[in-house]
Design a protein around this ligand. Structure first.
Ligand SMILES: Cc1cc2nc3c(=O)[nH]c(=O)nc-3n(C[C@H](O)[C@H](O)[C@H](O)COP(=O)(O)OP(=O)(O)OC[C@H]3O[C@@H](n4cnc5c(N)ncnc54)[C@H](O)[C@@H]3O)c2cc1C
Length: 391
């Protein structure tokens, strides 16, 4: 019998397990395959370093800025304030680092276990069932935390959520490549598109880089992701940075992510909380989810500790997860981002083109744009009017 069962040892599940194990609780961290590399750009927000100071000891790129391009190739370059930096990592390395921290904190990792259903008794979820190489296994626990990403079977079985619709998703295709390139290893490069989506090149150090493209919402069905990806690789503007035509592909993959923001009405029920991608903790537009997923895992762990102390695992206690200040802040921020999508992508990305064109010419305006992307301040009505009125 475990205090908490966490299905999925990605960033959200591992952080949640780490906190609960450190607090002295008995944790089962269930993972389908620790050798699976999640398809991802691997861009890690600078705030993740506060949650994982262990990252500072690794020999990984220090990303201090971004070079952003609009669909018509206007360019905006900025650096992070102060001495802040983010990084780019191979997801297999990042996920295993986070899992190992959870294990070192006392969590029990059960690898090669595919969660597929709940164990129900007297209409209560008292555990989960997994498929493992040695057959079906059962794990019993007081609280179940679902952290097993986009293809979660438990989220669907929970009744909290139905299957994702295509227009609620982003879909990305990416690769880790190796070879001579002209990337500044302290910057990441993004390319907004005339359709809802963007391309990226993120340097990984040692001549490696992660390159990819994403579409989202209704444009998932209007465009063929493989064709867009191939076009992106051939794009003359990309060739400035990655000029060769025969890079070694170390790995490649495609995967969806939730693009509509946090599913705030569906985050918990009796004995149950949904965290990370399962609960929609991915930033609309940018598709960044590592940081928000970790924060959701942290918040769920704090609420689980309260429930365990009070021996009350009902939704009356677990609802505090949704109103946790960190979760409320993420919900607000994602709603704001979502509201800007229509504006930026209107008329084949025209407003985003104008945004970067204005920022190229006007240094004051550039500061507002930079602050908006750093989520430091909300743009004013004048800001949007200036973009709209640009001829
Ligand atoms: C193409 C693409 C590019 C992205 N790029 C970035 C980026 O550059 N930066 C960024 O911040 N975010 C990025 N994201 C988003 C980011 O990958 C996710 O938001 C983040 O990984 C979510 O963490 P998580 O722990 O919730 O889920 P996941 O990372 O998906 O982890 C879920 C875990 O559960 C396991 N699992 C799945 N099913 C089961 C099961 N049935 N039973 C047991 N275990 C199971 C999986 O193996 C995995 O270990 C990208 C996403 C995509 C698709």
């Amino acid at each position: 019998m475990f205090d908490v069962i966490i299905s999925g040892a990605g960033p959200s599940g591992s952080k949640c397990a780490e906190i609960l194990a450190k607090a002295g609780y008995k944790i089962a961290l269930i993972e389908k395959d620790t050798s699976w590399r999640k398809p991802c750009g691997g861009g890690v927000h600078h705030r993740v370093f506060n949650l994982y100071p262990q990252l500072k000891k690794l020999n990984i790129p220090k990303i201090r800025g971004i070079v952003m391009h609009s669909a018509d190739y206007h360019k905006l370059e900025y650096t992070l304030p102060g001495d802040r930096y983010g990084t780019v990592m191979d997801r297999l390395e990042l996920d295993n680092l986070m899992r190992n921290i959870a294990i070192d904190s006392g969590a029990n990792l059960f690898d090669n276990n595919f969660s597929f259903d709940f164990i129900i008794k007297d209409q209560k979820k008292i555990g989960i069932k997994t498929r493992s190489p040695s057959g079906i296994k059962e794990y019993h626990g007081n609280i179940i935390i679902v952290a097993d990403g986009m293809s979660s079977k438990l989220a669907l079985r929970s009744g909290l959520r139905s299957k994702w619709k295509s227009e609620e998703l982003g879909i990305g295709k990416c690769a880790i490549m190796e070879g001579g390139n002209n990337l500044d290893e302290e910057f990441i490069y993004t390319y907004f598109k005339s359709y809802k989506g963007y391309g990226w090149i993120f340097p990984l150090g040692n001549k490696r880089f992660n390159i990819g493209i994403t579409t989202f919402y209704e444009d998932n069905l209007k465009y063929n992701l493989n064709e867009l990806y191939n076009q992106f690789l051939r794009d003359p503007n990309i060739k400035n940075y990655v000029p060769s035509s025969d890079y070694k592909t170390i790995w490649s993959g495609s995967f969806p992510y939730p693009a509509i923001g946090v599913l705030e009405k569906n985050l918990y029920s009796d004995n149950l909380m949904l965290i990370g991608d399962v609960g929609g903790f991915v930033a609309p537009i940018s598709g960044e989810g590592i940081h928000a997923s970790i924060i959701s895992g942290q918040a769920a762990a704090e609420i689980a500790i309260k429930a365990l102390q009070e021996e009350d695992y009902s939704k009356n206690i677990l609802k505090k997860y949704k109103s946790h200040p960190d979760i409320k802040r993420i919900i607000r921020n994602f709603k704001l981002r979502r509201s800007m999508i229509q504006f930026f992508y209107e008329n084949k990305g025209e407003n985003f083109n104008k945004l970067l064109k204005l920022a190229e010419k006007d240094s004051d305006f550039k500061i507002h744009v930079k602050n908006m992307f750093l989520s430091k301040s909300l743009p004013s009505k004048d800001f949007f009017a200036k973009i709209k009125n640009l001829r």
